[in-house]
Ligand binder design. Structure first.
Ligand SMILES: C[S@@+](CC[C@H](N)C(=O)[O-])C[C@H]1O[C@@H](n2cnc3c(N)ncnc32)[C@H](O)[C@@H]1O
Length: 608
C-alpha cells in the first residue's frame, strides 16, 4: 500500500495514541485528552506532540505545541491547523495579558472565533428573557415554572444559561415575580455577576478562566460604581437570594471582572453583555488593528482590520473611535482604569487629521489650536497652542466652547438637511474641518437616502458646505444647477443633495482610512452610501440627457468597485445587525449591477 501523507500522519499519531479510530464515522479523530495531558507536561519539559520525545521546536503559529522534527510537525498539521492560532498570549507589565501576532495577517483574516464564557443582561436593563436576551412585554413574558423569572419560551426556560439564577432562586424558596416590563428592573443588576459566581461554586474549568481576568479591584474602590455595586449587587445577592457562600470581596471582584472585560453584544434590543476567554484579553488602541464582530448566536469574531506584522500587538478599540481624544481618554480612565497612550492619543493632530482641533480665534489666523500633548491636558493650567501664530488659550475655555457646541449637537435632530447645514455653517468659525462634531453630522448626512422616493422631502437648494474650499466644485455645482433647472421637474432637484452626499462620503472615507483603518463597519457603510450616490447621479444624469453611456458605464464601474469593497469589509457581519443588512443589500446590488452592465454593454458596446 502507498503511504499517503495522511496515512503517515495517522500512523504516527496512532502510535503516539493521539488519534483514535471512530467506528461509526470510520474516521480517525484527535484525542484532545492526550493533548491536554501533554500540554500541561510540556510547560515543564517540551515533548513532541506526535512521539513525545524531547522537542526543541514549537509551532510558529500558536507557540503552544512542540515537535521533535519537521516531519512530525508536518504530520500533525492536518489536525493542529484546526486549533492553531495566529497569536501568542504574553504578559506585559503595563498591559497585563495581551495578544501578539505570530505571523503576518492581512485585512479580513479571522484571528479569533469563540463562544462566550458567560453572557447575561447588562446591569441596567428592562426585563429580558434570561434564555435569549430578548426584551419582554406583558404579552410575551411567561414565568419560568421553576423559579418565576420571566422567559419568552419553554426552550429558553430550559436553556443552560438560565440554570444559575434558576437554581439559586429555587434554593431561596420564593419565586420571582416581575410585572412591569416598561422600565429598567433592578433585579437584573446581579444576574451576570451571579452567573460568574455559579461557575466559581460549581464549574471550576470556566471559573479558572474568568478569575484570571483583570478586575481593578483596588482602583475601583474609590469610584461611585464600586459603592453602587456594594449596595445593589452584593446586598441583592445576599438579601434576595439569601446566598452567603461568597464574601463581599469575592462578589465585588466579579463585579470588576464584568465591568472591565464584558463586551456589549448588540444582537438584541437591548444588547446583552458577554465575557470571552481570549477576546477579553485583547488590549486597547484608539487606532486598533483588529475588528470585532459577532455571530448570530452571540459568539465573537475578531479579524485583522489592517495588515499586521509578525510580533505586532493585537488591539481593538474599547471606546467609540469617533469621539475626540479628551473624551476617549477620560472614558477609558473611568471605565477601564488606564490612561491611553496609543499612537493616536500621543499625536495631538491625530495623524494630521486635526480631528480634535479647534480654530485659532486670532485675527485672520488660519491655524488650529491643540494642546502640546493630550496626556497633559488633564491639568487645570493646561493650554492649547495655535500651530500657525503660536498664541495660546486656556484648556478650560476650549473645553467650555466644545461643551456648548456638544450640547447644541445633542439637541439637534440629525437627518434634517437644513438643520445639519446650519450647524456646519455656524460652527465653522470654531472647529477644524475634520472635527469630530462635524464628522458626526456628516456621517449622519451620508446615511440619508439618495433615491428620489425618499429624498424629495428636501428643498431644491445648492448645498455647499461652509468648510468647502473647493471652488471648482462650487462652480461645477452652479453650472449643473442651471442646466438641470432647465430640464428637471422641481421634485427632482435634490440631485444636488446626492452630489453633496457623494463628496461628503469621499471626504469621510479618506479621513477614516487614516484615523481608524481597522473599523470595517464605518468604512463599509460609507463605501455603500458612496456607491448609492454615484449610481443615483449616473442614472439621473442619463435621464436628464446630461451625460452619455460612457459616463454611465464609468459610474457603474465605480459603483461596482465600491460594492465589492463594501462586501469585503462587511463579510463577517451577521444579518441581525444593520451592517449585516447592508452586506445583504450590497451583494444583491452587485448582482443587479452585473446585469445592468451587461445590458449597457450589449446596447452600446465597450465605451470605456
Ligand atoms: C479587557 S482587559 C484586557 C486583558 C487584561 N490585560 C488581562 O490581563 O486580563 C482591560 C485591561 O487591560 C489593560 N489595558 C488594555 N489596554 C491597555 C492599554 N492600551 N494601555 C494600558 N492598559 C491597557 C487595562 O488594565 C485594562 O483595564
Amino acid at each position: 500500500m502507498i503511504e499517503t501523507p495522511y496515512r503517515r500522519h495517522s500512523v504516527a499519531f496512532r502510535r503516539a495514541k493521539l488519534v483514535r479510530y471512530n467506528v461509526r464515522t470510520r474516521c480517525c479523530y484527535y484525542d484532545y485528552r492526550y493533548q491536554r495531558k501533554l500540554s500541561t507536561k510540556m510547560a515543564e519539559d517540551p515533548k513532541c506532540e506526535v512521539c513525545q520525545k524531547p522537542a526543541p521546536q514549537k509551532c510558529s503559529g500558536c507557540h503552544a505545541v512542540h515537535y521533535c522534527s519537521r516531519e512530525h510537525q508536518k504530520a500533525a498539521w492536518v489536525i493542529h491547523r484546526k486549533v492553531c492560532k495566529p497569536f501568542k498570549i504574553c504578559e506585559d507589565e503595563a498591559l497585563g495579558r495581551c495578544l501578539i501576532a505570530t505571523k503576518p495577517l492581512k485585512p479580513g483574516d479571522v484571528i479569533i472565533k469563540e463562544d462566550p464564557l458567560i453572557w447575561g443582561p447588562s446591569q441596567m436593563t428592562v426585563p429580558v428573557c434570561l434564555g435569549c436576551g430578548v426584551a419582554l412585554t406583558n404579552k410575551t413574558a411567561r414565568p419560568c415554572q421553576k423559579c418565576g423569572w420571566p422567559m419568552c419560551s419553554d426552550i429558553c426556560q430550559n436553556s443552560p444559561s438560565h440554570i444559575p439564577e434558576c437554581s439559586y432562586t429555587i434554593n431561596r424558596g420564593d419565586k420571582v415575580s416581575i410585572k412591569n416590563f416598561n422600565i429598567p428592573h433592578p433585579s437584573y443588576q446581579c444576574i451576570t455577576v451571579l452567573r460568574c459566581l455559579y461557575q466559581k461554586q460549581f464549574l471550576s474549568n470556566v471559573w479558572n478562566k474568568i478569575k484570571l481576568l483583570e478586575s481593578h479591584c483596588k482602583a475601583r474602590q474609590l469610584t461611585p460604581s464600586y459603592q453602587q455595586d456594594k449596595r445593589q449587587v452584593v446586598e441583592f445577592i445576599r438579601r434576595f437570594f439569601k446566598i452567603d457562600t461568597f464574601s463581599e470581596e469575592e462578589i465585588l471582584k466579579v463585579c470588576g471582572i464584568v465591568m472591565i472585560n464584558a463586551h456589549e453584544v448588540p444582537l438584541n434590543e437591548p444588547p446583552h453583555i458577554a465575557i470571552y476567554e481570549t477576546t477579553s484579553m485583547l488590549e486597547h488602541s484608539c487606532r486598533a488593528n483588529c475588528a470585532k464582530s459577532f455571530t448570530s448566536k452571540g459568539g465573537v469574531l475578531v479579524s485583522a482590520g489592517t495588515h499586521i506584522e509578525k510580533g505586532e500587538h493585537l488591539s481593538i478599540c474599547y471606546t467609540d473611535p469617533l469621539w475626540g481624544t479628551p473624551n476617549r481618554r477620560h472614558h477609558l480612565w473611568e471605565t477601564k482604569f488606564f490612561w491611553c497612550n496609543c499612537s493616536r492619543c500621543s499625536d495631538p493632530t491625530e495623524f494630521g487629521t486635526y480631528f480634535s482641533a479647534v480654530r485659532c480665534q486670532e485675527n485672520d489666523c488660519k491655524g488650529y489650536l491643540l494642546p502640546k500633548s493630550f496626556q497633559e491636558d488633564t491639568d487645570s493650567n493646561a493650554r492649547w497652542y495655535c500651530d500657525v501664530c503660536q498664541s495660546s488659550t486656556s484648556s478650560i475655555i476650549v473645553h467650555e466652547t466644545l461643551d456648548n457646541i456638544g450640547r447644541q449637537l445633542d439637541m439637534m435632530p440629525k437627518g434634517i438637511l437644513n438643520i445639519c447645514r446650519a450647524f456646519l455653517r455656524e460652527n465653522d468659525k470654531y472647529l477644524s474641518p475634520n472635527h469630530y462634531y462635524f464628522t458626526d453630522v456628516k456621517f449622519a448626512l451620508c446615511q440619508l437616502p439618495s433615491s428620489e422616493k425618499t429624498t424629495n422631502i428636501y428643498r431644491p437648494i445648492i448645498i455647499i458646505s461652509p468648510i468647502d474650499e473647493d471652488v471648482e466644485f462650487k462652480a461645477k455645482l452652479c453650472r449643473q444647477l442651471i442646466d438641470m433647472m432647465k430640464i428637471l421637474i422641481p421634485g427632482k432637484l435634490n440631485f444636488f443633495f446626492v452630489e453633496f452626499k457623494a463628496k461628503l462620503c469621499r471626504q469621510l472615507i479618506d479621513m477614516m482610512k487614516i484615523l481608524i483603518p481597522a473599523e470595517p463597519r464605518v468604512l463599509g457603510i460609507l463605501l455603500f452610501e458612496l456607491h448609492a450616490a454615484i449610481s443615483e447621479i449616473g442614472r439621473r444624469k442619463v435621464e436628464a440627457g446630461l451625460s452619455g453611456p460612457d459616463d454611465l458605464q464609468e459610474a457603474l464601474l465605480e459603483s461596482k468597485k465600491l460594492l465589492k469593497e463594501t462586501v469585503e469589509l462587511l463579510k463577517h457581519e451577521p444579518p441581525e445587525l444593520p451592517e449585516g443588512k447592508i452586506l445583504i443589500q450590497a451583494k444583491s446590488n452587485l448582482a443587479e449591477l452585473d446585469v445592468i452592465m451587461r445590458t449597457v454593454h450589449m446596447k452600446v458596446g465597450d465605451v470605456i
